[in-house]
Structures are given as structure tokens and as C-alpha cells.
Design a protein around this ligand. Structure first.
Ligand code: CMC
Length: 428
């Protein structure tokens, strides 16, 4: 077994090296504090592995992404979102019988509890749908006390079906509420994406004819977002789940983590940025310069990634889907032109090249959502619908881990040293 040596003062300790199947290596420091009294410092967990996982492999240097070993390009080309969900959660592609059963379970859990609809009346009409979705998903724990035992396989199973099935309904209701239209019940004879689009855009007096081009593109987008190993929201789901907290609560926390502009909220920010550039006359260089200026907090949204230091393979696929959708629907989208030019300028700029900042998954996805008439504040919600199987798979893997431990990082304290309490009259 390969080891690394750590020497500190006169003491040397051996630390075991763990190796993954694709050759990546990690120094196991789990004995460090016991043997030296010290901890490691790694803000943002840039170098810290928190688990061993068999779900997703990504190689940021070479731009590789595999779900359960299968390249994302092949999955996007051949699979469907529900099949991909099965693959991520259960570790293998389903045979026909397994898939039919899974699909049937998802299609028969799409309605939300009638009482849950009352929540929507309590939210302001301009509530951000990510806040609504997280709240309603968290509240599912109140409606399904029959499935909260994290060590009971059947409880976990039914929670999985409920979450994948109901999130599109919860999401579409948040949109309907914001525009003052009645909720449209799910239709279980429609497939997953058609059903979501039906709940978003049908009205009681008129059925929305879902375009196959749009529902296929949405399915591919959901596949591309389905998992991305230990990102911020997934780590959140794992951390919450590590207290043996139920799946609804853990995923609800994950939705909040995803909302931030540095994570899943970036797709909304990209469109807002492209719109600002377009409205301001298309001065791309001004925004490139702002992004490079250390004194300006502006960042080129949809660019850069913690792990990818090469093209994000998802963004290549999304760019193709984007071209295809706009061509087939005959849409001329000026924001796409701005995006293409921005990418061209940025990728010739020394700053972006040197820092290895490439377009990420969020750069083109918003343009497709816009072509589907999805409102901008719903973009991160679509990311959440896509990421659901990944969160579930990672949560399940954690619960099944023999070395299961509650997540509890350490810190280096930098506050005041031990100080006596000062009575009010003696305080300055
Ligand atoms: N525009 C301008 N400069 C950037 C950008 C950007 N989009 N991203 C990173 N940098 C610079 C950053 O200022 C830093 O420069 P320096 O070394 O001189 O201080 C350097 O590149 C490294 O950046 P970092 O913030 O230390 O890198 P990180 O790994 O902590 O952050 C990131 C990754 C995705 C948060 C960041 O690239 C970013 O803020 N991008 C814009 C937001 C975005 O598109 N987010 C979606 C991420 S992909 C989908 C998802 O997983 O949610």
C-alpha cells in the first residue's frame, strides 16, 4: 500500500494513499488529529475528498463526465431522463421490466396532496420559485410520515418515487400561482417532460400542444444536469442526510444550495447578463474588461468551473441542442448571437485562457429555456428537477455506506481568547 509521509517537528507519520478506479489519488488523513493534534485547512474543500462514490466520474482536465461509467455523450444521445435516473440511483441500466415498473411508479405519484396546494396561497405572487419549491419539498415530510425512516428500504423507495414524480408538479404550480392561472393537474398518460410542459402551459380552457422538439430538448437538458458528483448542492444533501435526516428534508436543503448565483442560479444570471449586454448596444469588450478587473465584482456568468479546467462536456452538447432547437422552431434569438460572440472573444483573451475559464453548463441552457417560453426565474428550478436523481443517488449511497459518519468539519478558531463576562455598567 502506497503511503505519504508527514514530518512535523521531530515526528514523522505515514498516511495511507487511497486510489480510485480511474487513477485519482487521495491522502487519507483520518488519523491525523489523533496522531498529531492537528487538523487540515482547506477552505471551499478545494482539495478535500469527503467520500468514496461509485456514481459519477468527472475529469476536469480532460473534460470527461461519466454516469456509472457511461460517457455523458452516449447517455444524452441514447437514454431518457427517467432511464438515466434509474441508472444513477440503482447503479445499472434497467432491463425492460425494471424500467416499466420504475416509470409506472413515477407516473402514479405525480399529484401533490390537495392540502399542499393551500401553501401556494400563503406565498406572495412574486415569490422566487426556488424558495417555493424548496419549501413545498420540505413540507412533503409532513404529508408522508409513513416514509421517513432512512433505514427502511421501502420508505426510501417510495420517497424516491414521490420526489422525482412530484417536483415537476410543485414547480409548475409555483409558476401558475405567479401568473394567476389555475393549477393544471398532471396527466399520467403523458411522458415526464410532456407532462411538465402541459402543467406549465395548458389552461383549463385550452390544451397546450407540446412540441416534440421542445420536450426532447428538455429531456436532454435534464439528463445533462442529473448528477455532477460532490458539488455544492449535492454536498449539502449529503451533509444534511448524514444526520440521518429524511430524504425530503435533505433534498429541500439541496434546492436552496442550488439557488445561489455561483451554482444553479447562474443560468438565470447568464440570460440577465446577455440581455444587459444586448440592451446596452452589444459592447462585449466592456464586459470582458469588467470580468478581468480585480476591483469589479462582475464575473462572466456561465464561465469557469471549480473542476473543469477544459471544456465542460455538457456545454458542448447543450450548444448543439440550442442550435437544433432554434433552427427547428425557426427562432431568431439575438441573445444567442451575443453569447456566441462573447464565447469567441473570451476564448481568445489571455485572462480566460490562462485561468482556464470555459463556458459551463449554464452558458447556453438559458437560451434553450427561453425558446421554450420558460420564465427566467424558473431556470434554476429546471436545474433542480434535473439534479433530483443525482441528489437521491448520493443520499442513498451515503446511507448505505458501511463507514457512515455524521458530517462535521473542524475549524481554526480566530476569535477573542478566553475573556471574562463584563457587567453592563462596566462596558464602554
Ligand atoms: N469571470 C471572471 N473571472 C473568473 C470567473 C468568471 N466567470 N470565474 C473565475 N474567475 C477568476 C477568479 O476571479 C479567480 O481569479 P484570481 O485567481 O485572479 O483570483 C480565478 O478565476 C479562479 O476563480 P475561483 O473563484 O477561485 O474559482 P472557483 O473554482 O472557486 O469558482 C465558479 C468556480 C464556477 C464559482 C466561478 O468560475 C464563477 O463564479 N463562475 C461564474 C458563475 C457560474 O457560471 N457558475 C456556474 C457553475 S457550473 C454549474 C454548477 O455547477 O452549478
Amino acid at each position: 500500500m502506497e503511503t505519504a509521509k508527514l514530518t512535523w517537528k521531530e515526528k514523522t507519520i505515514d498516511l495511507q494513499i487511497e486510489e480510485g478506479v480511474m487513477g485519482e489519488k487521495g491522502i487519507d488523513i483520518s488519523t491525523l488529529r489523533k496522531s498529531t493534534g492537528m487538523i487540515t485547512m482547506d477552505p471551499g474543500f478545494v482539495n478535500t475528498g469527503a467520500c468514496k462514490s461509485a456514481i459519477t466520474y468527472l475529469n476536469g482536465e480532460e473534460g470527461i463526465l461519466l454516469y456509472r461509467g457511461i460517457p455523458i455523450e452516449q447517455i444524452a444521445e441514447n437514454s431518457t431522463f427517467l432511464e438515466t435516473s434509474y441508472l444513477l440511483i440503482y447503479g445499472k441500466l434497467p432491463n425492460q421490466k425494471e424500467f416499466d415498473e420504475f416509470e409506472d411508479n413515477i407516473y402514479h405519484h405525480t399529484m401533490i396532496h390537495e392540502s399542499a396546494k393551500a401553501f401556494y396561497d400563503g406565498f406572495p405572487t412574486n415569490a422566487h420559485p426556488m424558495a417555493v419549491c424548496s419549501a413545498v419539498v420540505g413540507a412533503m415530510a409532513t404529508f408522508y410520515p409513513d416514509s421517513l425512516d432512512v433505514r427502511n428500504e421501502r420508505h426510501v423507495e417510495i420517497s424516491i418515487h414521490r420526489l422525482i414524480a412530484k417536483l415537476p408538479t410543485i414547480a409548475a404550480y409555483s409558476y401558475k400561482k405567479s401568473i394567476g392561472q389555475p393549477f393544471i393537474y398532471p396527466c399520467n398518460t403523458l411522458d415526464y417532460c410532456n407532462n411538465f410542459l402541459h402543467m406549465m402551459f395548458s389552461v383549463p380552457c385550452e390544451q397546450y400542444p407540446v412540441s416534440p422538439v421542445i420536450s426532447k430538448a428538455l429531456d436532454v437538458l435534464l439528463i445533462l444536469h442529473a448528477d455532477h458528483e460532490q458539488n455544492c448542492s449535492t454536498s449539502t444533501v449529503r451533509l444534511v442526510g448524514s444526520s440521518m435526516c429524511n430524504l425530503f428534508a435533505s433534498v429541500s436543503a439541496g434546492i436552496y444550495a442550488l439557488w445561489g448565483p455561483l451554482h444553479g442560479g447562474a443560468n438565470q444570471q447568464v440570460i440577465e447578463m446577455l440581455r444587459t449586454i444586448y440592451d446596452g448596444g452589444g459592447d462585449l469588450q466592456k464586459y470582458i474588461d469588467k470580468a478581468k478587473d480585480k476591483n469589479d465584482p462582475f464575473r462572466l456568468m456561465g464561465f469557469g468551473h471549480r473542476v473543469y479546467k477544459n471544456f465542460d462536456p455538457r456545454s458542448r452538447i447543450i450548444k448543439k441542442v440550442c442550435d437544433d432547437v432554434l433552427n427547428k422552431l425557426g427562432i431568431h434569438e439575438p441573445l444567442l448571437e451575443i453569447a456566441l460572440k462573447l464565447e469567441e472573444v473570451a476564448l481568445k483573451d489571455e485572462y480566460f485562457l490562462e485561468k482556464k475559464l470555459y463556458p459551463n453548463v449554464d452558458f447556453y441552457s438559458g437560451i434553450i429555456y427561453k425558446a421554450m417560453n420558460i420564465p427566467i426565474n424558473m431556470f434554476p428550478v429546471l436545474f433542480a428537477i434535473g439534479r433530483m436523481p443525482g441528489w437521491i443517488a448520493q443520499w442513498k449511497e451515503l446511507q448505505e455506506d458501511k463507514g457512515f459518519k455524521i458530517g462535521r468539519p473542524r475549524q481554526i478558531y480566530v476569535g477573542p481568547p478566553k475573556t471574562d463576562y463584563t457587567p453592563m455598567e462596566e462596558r464602554k
